[in-house]
Design a protein around this ligand. Sequence first.
Ligand SMILES: NC(=O)c1ccc[n+]([C@@H]2O[C@H](COP(=O)([O-])OP(=O)(O)OC[C@H]3O[C@@H](n4cnc5c(N)ncnc54)[C@H](O)[C@@H]3O)[C@@H](O)[C@H]2O)c1
Ligand SMILES: [Zn+2]
Length: 249
Amino acid sequence: MGVDSGLPDFRGDRGFWQAYPAYARLGISFIECANPEHFAADPSFAWGFYGHRTNLYRDTIPHEGFHIISSWIKRNSADYFVVTSNVDGQFQKAGYIEERILEVHGSIHRLQCQTPCSNQIWHNDEIIRVDQGSMRAHHPLPRCGGCGEISRPNILMFGDYSWLSDRTHIQGRAFDRFLATHADRRIAVIEMGAGSAIPTIRATSERIGWNQVHATVIRINPREPEIKPPHISLPCGALEGLRSIDALL
Ligand SMILES: NC(=O)c1ccc[n+]([C@@H]2O[C@H](COP(=O)([O-])OP(=O)(O)OC[C@H]3O[C@@H](n4cnc5c(N)ncnc54)[C@H](O)[C@@H]3O)[C@@H](O)[C@H]2O)c1
Ligand SMILES: [Zn+2]
């Protein structure tokens, strides 16, 4: 969903390195970068990656597709719920309400202690300056108000045993209630750009598509759009797919 707002996806090492040439030079993969151990071992490196992404997502303007979906919700007086593995906060930015969003991997706009010394999750309103050439962040770096340690984004990373999942868990309960409330209703699951490498989102739409009697999944994806009928496969980008559906409506 972010790609059409100009954000990179991290498809394979090549996609990641294209977005971040500094890591290509160092030969470091996305999986190696997105590891919580760097916050203790080399906080400037860790915050270089996450600070750059924080700034990028803060500066991004959500594309028209976000508003096309809101216009369908309004026109049909429909209820909705957003489930995303993106951590970029673009749905909130586009006006979707916080109580109707499940961020399965957390959000870059929330912080937690790296230890963690408590279950505290707080808003990230830090200014983080990153040297674009070296991808290292300048001090001072965000710290935990409880113990003074360097803090980290409240995002699920690779090999991550310290991610605080409480916020995502609460969002997940709201999503379960939403599904239970609408069990007998017609549901359109619009899945956009959900990759098969980490198939959390794909599995969620398939589960709803096969388990809820009146649910139809519309899978929009330029590279991996396959889904069995009666569900619908659109082999194109998110914005193009949403515009095409909107034109038909
Ligand atoms: N903005 C963010 O928050 C952000 C950015 C990068 C990665 N991530 C997360 O990291 C994990 C791995 O990410 P990844 O990017 O390697 O995923 P990935 O490579 O598994 O998937 C990217 C998917 O996007 C599809 N895609 C590409 N362009 C598209 C477009 N214009 N419209 C619709 N679909 C399009 C591809 O076909 C692919 O299925 C995921 O959990 C992802 O959410 C988040
Ligand atoms: Zn702490």
